[in-house]
Design a protein around this ligand. Structure first.
Ligand code: FE2
Ligand code: FE2
Length: 238
Protein backbone atom coordinates (compact mmCIF):
# COMPACT_ATOMS: atom_id res chain seq x y z
CA UNK A 1 0.00 0.00 0.00
CA UNK A 2 1.25 3.54 -0.78
CA UNK A 3 2.69 5.52 2.09
CA UNK A 4 1.12 8.73 0.84
CA UNK A 5 -0.49 10.20 -2.27
CA UNK A 6 1.33 12.72 -4.49
CA UNK A 7 -1.73 13.64 -6.55
CA UNK A 8 -0.34 12.03 -9.71
CA UNK A 9 -2.38 8.88 -8.98
CA UNK A 10 -5.68 8.31 -10.74
CA UNK A 11 -8.72 9.18 -8.68
CA UNK A 12 -10.23 5.72 -9.15
CA UNK A 13 -7.09 4.01 -7.90
CA UNK A 14 -6.89 6.31 -4.86
CA UNK A 15 -10.45 5.30 -3.87
CA UNK A 16 -9.58 1.63 -4.54
CA UNK A 17 -6.60 1.81 -2.18
CA UNK A 18 -8.37 4.11 0.29
CA UNK A 19 -12.20 4.00 0.08
CA UNK A 20 -12.42 6.69 2.80
CA UNK A 21 -11.10 9.21 0.23
CA UNK A 22 -14.59 9.19 -1.28
CA UNK A 23 -15.88 11.44 1.54
CA UNK A 24 -13.33 14.14 0.79
CA UNK A 25 -13.88 13.85 -2.97
CA UNK A 26 -17.61 14.21 -2.47
CA UNK A 27 -17.14 17.24 -0.28
CA UNK A 28 -14.96 19.01 -2.85
CA UNK A 29 -17.17 17.69 -5.68
CA UNK A 30 -14.61 15.57 -7.47
CA UNK A 31 -16.37 12.82 -9.38
CA UNK A 32 -14.56 9.58 -8.48
CA UNK A 33 -16.81 7.07 -10.22
CA UNK A 34 -17.29 8.28 -13.80
CA UNK A 35 -14.27 10.60 -13.82
CA UNK A 36 -12.06 8.06 -12.06
CA UNK A 37 -9.35 7.80 -14.69
CA UNK A 38 -8.09 11.39 -14.34
CA UNK A 39 -5.22 12.12 -11.99
CA UNK A 40 -6.19 13.82 -8.75
CA UNK A 41 -4.12 16.92 -9.57
CA UNK A 42 -5.87 17.23 -12.94
CA UNK A 43 -9.29 17.05 -11.27
CA UNK A 44 -8.34 19.57 -8.56
CA UNK A 45 -7.08 22.04 -11.18
CA UNK A 46 -10.28 21.67 -13.20
CA UNK A 47 -12.24 22.61 -10.09
CA UNK A 48 -9.88 25.51 -9.29
CA UNK A 49 -9.32 24.22 -5.77
CA UNK A 50 -6.29 24.47 -3.53
CA UNK A 51 -4.24 21.35 -4.34
CA UNK A 52 -1.99 21.58 -1.26
CA UNK A 53 -4.96 21.76 1.05
CA UNK A 54 -6.75 18.80 -0.58
CA UNK A 55 -3.61 16.64 -0.68
CA UNK A 56 -2.86 17.44 2.95
CA UNK A 57 -6.36 16.43 4.04
CA UNK A 58 -6.27 13.30 1.90
CA UNK A 59 -2.94 12.17 3.32
CA UNK A 60 -3.94 12.99 6.87
CA UNK A 61 -7.08 10.89 6.72
CA UNK A 62 -5.17 8.12 4.93
CA UNK A 63 -2.57 8.05 7.72
CA UNK A 64 -5.33 8.06 10.31
CA UNK A 65 -7.01 5.10 8.65
CA UNK A 66 -3.73 3.17 8.57
CA UNK A 67 -3.15 3.92 12.23
CA UNK A 68 -6.48 2.49 13.21
CA UNK A 69 -6.56 -1.16 14.12
CA UNK A 70 -6.85 -3.55 11.16
CA UNK A 71 -9.84 -2.43 9.15
CA UNK A 72 -12.56 -5.00 8.70
CA UNK A 73 -13.34 -3.95 5.11
CA UNK A 74 -12.92 -6.24 2.11
CA UNK A 75 -10.30 -5.51 -0.52
CA UNK A 76 -12.29 -6.18 -3.70
CA UNK A 77 -9.15 -6.08 -5.82
CA UNK A 78 -8.17 -9.40 -4.27
CA UNK A 79 -11.43 -11.31 -3.77
CA UNK A 80 -12.85 -13.67 -6.46
CA UNK A 81 -14.62 -11.76 -9.26
CA UNK A 82 -17.83 -13.79 -8.79
CA UNK A 83 -17.96 -12.72 -5.12
CA UNK A 84 -17.54 -9.08 -6.08
CA UNK A 85 -20.42 -9.37 -8.58
CA UNK A 86 -22.62 -11.05 -5.93
CA UNK A 87 -21.75 -8.31 -3.47
CA UNK A 88 -22.72 -5.57 -5.95
CA UNK A 89 -26.06 -7.26 -6.68
CA UNK A 90 -26.92 -8.15 -3.07
CA UNK A 91 -25.81 -4.84 -1.64
CA UNK A 92 -26.06 -2.00 -4.17
CA UNK A 93 -28.73 -3.37 -6.54
CA UNK A 94 -30.92 -4.44 -3.61
CA UNK A 95 -30.59 -0.92 -2.18
CA UNK A 96 -31.76 0.65 -5.45
CA UNK A 97 -34.66 -1.75 -5.83
CA UNK A 98 -35.88 -0.77 -2.37
CA UNK A 99 -35.14 2.98 -2.45
CA UNK A 100 -36.00 4.06 -6.01
CA UNK A 101 -39.76 3.32 -5.72
CA UNK A 102 -39.89 5.04 -2.30
CA UNK A 103 -38.06 8.08 -3.59
CA UNK A 104 -40.37 8.23 -6.59
CA UNK A 105 -43.36 8.46 -4.24
CA UNK A 106 -41.71 11.10 -2.05
CA UNK A 107 -40.54 13.30 -4.92
CA UNK A 108 -43.98 13.12 -6.53
CA UNK A 109 -45.63 14.13 -3.27
CA UNK A 110 -43.17 17.00 -2.72
CA UNK A 111 -43.87 18.26 -6.26
CA UNK A 112 -47.63 18.10 -5.64
CA UNK A 113 -47.45 20.03 -2.36
CA UNK A 114 -44.57 22.47 -2.94
CA UNK A 115 -44.30 22.64 -6.75
CA UNK A 116 -46.26 25.91 -6.86
CA UNK A 117 -43.69 27.78 -4.76
CA UNK A 118 -40.62 25.90 -5.99
CA UNK A 119 -40.52 25.65 -9.75
CA UNK A 120 -37.25 23.66 -9.63
CA UNK A 121 -39.13 20.69 -8.16
CA UNK A 122 -40.73 19.85 -11.48
CA UNK A 123 -37.31 19.54 -13.16
CA UNK A 124 -36.04 17.50 -10.20
CA UNK A 125 -39.05 15.17 -10.59
CA UNK A 126 -38.29 14.78 -14.28
CA UNK A 127 -34.55 14.14 -13.93
CA UNK A 128 -35.07 11.70 -11.07
CA UNK A 129 -37.55 9.66 -13.09
CA UNK A 130 -35.36 9.73 -16.19
CA UNK A 131 -32.55 8.34 -14.03
CA UNK A 132 -34.87 5.80 -12.42
CA UNK A 133 -35.90 4.39 -15.81
CA UNK A 134 -32.24 4.19 -16.89
CA UNK A 135 -31.29 2.47 -13.63
CA UNK A 136 -34.21 0.03 -13.67
CA UNK A 137 -33.19 -1.10 -17.15
CA UNK A 138 -29.49 -1.05 -16.32
CA UNK A 139 -29.96 -3.38 -13.32
CA UNK A 140 -31.98 -5.79 -15.44
CA UNK A 141 -29.31 -5.78 -18.15
CA UNK A 142 -26.54 -6.39 -15.60
CA UNK A 143 -28.33 -9.11 -13.67
CA UNK A 144 -29.96 -10.97 -16.52
CA UNK A 145 -27.31 -10.84 -19.21
CA UNK A 146 -24.05 -9.05 -18.55
CA UNK A 147 -23.05 -10.18 -15.07
CA UNK A 148 -23.68 -13.86 -15.92
CA UNK A 149 -21.53 -13.31 -19.03
CA UNK A 150 -18.78 -11.64 -16.95
CA UNK A 151 -18.83 -14.44 -14.36
CA UNK A 152 -18.56 -17.05 -17.07
CA UNK A 153 -15.73 -15.14 -18.75
CA UNK A 154 -13.90 -14.62 -15.44
CA UNK A 155 -13.83 -18.37 -14.88
CA UNK A 156 -12.93 -19.16 -18.52
CA UNK A 157 -11.54 -16.15 -20.45
CA UNK A 158 -11.80 -17.71 -23.91
CA UNK A 159 -10.77 -15.59 -26.93
CA UNK A 160 -14.17 -16.08 -28.67
CA UNK A 161 -15.91 -14.16 -25.88
CA UNK A 162 -13.33 -11.40 -25.51
CA UNK A 163 -14.81 -8.92 -27.99
CA UNK A 164 -18.37 -9.36 -26.71
CA UNK A 165 -17.24 -8.85 -23.11
CA UNK A 166 -15.26 -5.68 -23.87
CA UNK A 167 -18.19 -4.27 -25.86
CA UNK A 168 -20.52 -4.96 -22.92
CA UNK A 169 -18.18 -3.19 -20.49
CA UNK A 170 -18.14 -0.08 -22.70
CA UNK A 171 -21.96 -0.11 -22.86
CA UNK A 172 -22.23 -0.33 -19.10
CA UNK A 173 -19.75 2.53 -18.68
CA UNK A 174 -21.87 4.67 -21.00
CA UNK A 175 -24.92 3.94 -18.81
CA UNK A 176 -22.90 4.90 -15.74
CA UNK A 177 -21.92 8.23 -17.31
CA UNK A 178 -25.61 8.95 -17.91
CA UNK A 179 -26.35 8.26 -14.23
CA UNK A 180 -23.46 10.58 -13.28
CA UNK A 181 -25.02 13.27 -15.46
CA UNK A 182 -28.43 12.94 -13.76
CA UNK A 183 -26.85 13.06 -10.30
CA UNK A 184 -24.97 16.24 -11.17
CA UNK A 185 -28.12 17.77 -12.63
CA UNK A 186 -30.19 16.98 -9.54
CA UNK A 187 -27.54 18.46 -7.27
CA UNK A 188 -27.44 21.67 -9.34
CA UNK A 189 -31.24 21.95 -9.60
CA UNK A 190 -31.63 21.69 -5.81
CA UNK A 191 -28.61 23.90 -5.06
CA UNK A 192 -26.81 21.05 -3.32
CA UNK A 193 -30.03 19.62 -1.82
CA UNK A 194 -30.58 22.78 0.21
CA UNK A 195 -33.90 22.62 2.05
CA UNK A 196 -36.13 25.73 2.17
CA UNK A 197 -37.19 26.85 5.68
CA UNK A 198 -40.76 25.68 5.13
CA UNK A 199 -39.74 22.15 4.03
CA UNK A 200 -42.13 19.58 5.46
CA UNK A 201 -41.11 16.16 6.69
CA UNK A 202 -41.51 14.46 3.30
CA UNK A 203 -39.46 17.22 1.60
CA UNK A 204 -36.70 16.74 4.20
CA UNK A 205 -36.72 12.94 4.00
CA UNK A 206 -36.72 13.05 0.18
CA UNK A 207 -33.63 15.28 0.07
CA UNK A 208 -31.80 13.24 2.72
CA UNK A 209 -32.59 10.10 0.77
CA UNK A 210 -31.35 11.70 -2.45
CA UNK A 211 -28.02 12.52 -0.80
CA UNK A 212 -27.78 8.93 0.43
CA UNK A 213 -28.70 7.64 -3.06
CA UNK A 214 -25.92 9.75 -4.56
CA UNK A 215 -23.35 8.30 -2.13
CA UNK A 216 -24.49 4.75 -2.72
CA UNK A 217 -24.42 5.18 -6.50
CA UNK A 218 -20.93 6.70 -6.39
CA UNK A 219 -19.67 3.70 -4.43
CA UNK A 220 -21.58 1.25 -6.64
CA UNK A 221 -20.31 2.72 -9.92
CA UNK A 222 -16.81 3.01 -8.47
CA UNK A 223 -16.80 -0.74 -7.72
CA UNK A 224 -17.91 -1.52 -11.26
CA UNK A 225 -15.92 1.04 -13.30
CA UNK A 226 -12.70 1.09 -11.31
CA UNK A 227 -12.44 -2.41 -9.87
CA UNK A 228 -14.67 -4.98 -11.57
CA UNK A 229 -14.27 -3.86 -15.20
CA UNK A 230 -10.47 -3.41 -15.15
CA UNK A 231 -10.12 -6.82 -13.46
CA UNK A 232 -12.19 -8.41 -16.23
CA UNK A 233 -10.26 -6.54 -18.93
CA UNK A 234 -6.93 -7.53 -17.47
CA UNK A 235 -7.79 -11.26 -17.46
CA UNK A 236 -5.34 -13.10 -19.59
CA UNK A 237 -7.23 -14.61 -22.53
CA UNK A 238 -6.60 -18.35 -22.73
FE1 FE2 B 1 -24.59 -2.31 -10.94
FE1 FE2 C 1 -23.67 -0.67 -13.44
Amino acid sequence: MNQHFSGEEKIGSIVSVFPGASHLFKEVQIDFCCGGDRSLLEAIRQKNRDEHEILRRLNESFAEMKNKAEQGGTDWREEPIADLIDYIVNHHHAYLRKELPLLSEFITKVLRVHGGDHIELSLLHKRFHQMKIELDQHLIAEEEALFPLLKQYASRPVPEKHEQVIKSLRELETDHSAVGYYLREMRTITNGYALPPEACRTYTVAFHKLVELESDLFQHIHLENNILFPRIENQEVR
